[in-house]
Design a protein around this ligand. Sequence first.
Ligand code: ADP
Ligand code: MG
Length: 372
Amino acid sequence: MIEIRGLAKDFQRAGESTVHALRTIDLTVERGEFFVLLGPSGSGKTTLLRCVAGLAVPDRGEIVLDGVTVYSREKRVLVPPERRGLGMVFQSYAIWPHMTIFENVALPLAQKRPRLGKAEIRERVSQALSLVGLEGMERRPTPLLSGGQQQRVALARSLATEPVLLLMDEPLSNLDARLREEVRKEIRNLAARLDITILYVTHDQMEAMELADRIAVMHEGDILQQGSPEDLYRKPADPRVAQFFGSTNWIDGRMRDKDAVETAVGCLAVTDSGERTAGEAVVVAVRPEDVELTPHGQEEAARENRFPGRVVSNVFLGDHRVYTVEVGEHPLLVRTLASVLLGGDVGVRIPREKVCVFRARSRDELPSADGS
Ligand SMILES: Nc1ncnc2c1ncn2[C@@H]1O[C@H](COP(=O)(O)OP(=O)(O)O)[C@@H](O)[C@H]1O
Ligand SMILES: [Mg+2]
């Protein structure tokens, strides 16, 4: 449905260095897929979406939508936005305050060529409104609507033209947390019901995981990794991806052989060390929920990846707890349902298949701990 090949775009800013907003992007989105572009602010998400929409002109590469080349530097093709057959929803709803809901939603329909009849327009508006749960509200003035309702009107307006492709740029970020969750569910249900392909931009990892069939993680104009939410969480190909998806314990180490890493915690057996070779400095990542606590004493058996630890702090979070457990001098976060004694000795087990191994240098490339 969307094929993007070698897409690049720079911005020149007066008196400053060139910004590589998109470096060399390759991306394929299948028909009917809910595809999310996820990344921190400034990573190039909006620029990529605007290039697909035709609102920004790339410097190089190619974009094919539904089999039609809409941009190609080489073939000198540039199809204008209104002829790309797509709908768009942005962070700011761009709802006209002097118009009713009906007039706002009908706006893009009135511009359609060949012209639509009045009855057809009325029918399409009413269908679009019922899709977003605003049926029968055609005559309401828009200034009285809540943020959530305004975003629904914007959504209805983009759906009324019956696009095969819908582009959404952080559509929920102006809503408060509760509404955000509600509208998020609606968007997901809508996507499941309609035969539509969605390219959706967000910086919110939870939002991406809840909505996406597949996610591309962006960073400084590059795509670090693409895959299902589970792939990205379980098998991050890059430490920045691991960092982006929830919390992680980072432990420095050195490869002993291809199946084991010497670390401050002890010698860790690993299942997949990638291309790493004996003697190489590495950093390993272990999710807090993958660290297991066992009764003190069982670790003496010197079985694989079992270490003695001491519980130094405990945070109660309702449906789970997060402990800090010191193994040697190294603090590990452990997420568990169990309750253990603060200050007590415990056994710690790190299942080998849950350990991710990265090149040591790559850890310096991580964003700072506050996520910025
Ligand atoms: N019109 C523009 N002029 C100059 N720089 C821009 C412009 N649009 C975006 N940029 C720069 O390009 C980079 C990517 O921006 P953007 O695509 O908006 O990122 P995101 O949507 O992920 O926050 C940023 O460094 C941003 O400052
Ligand atoms: Mg943006």
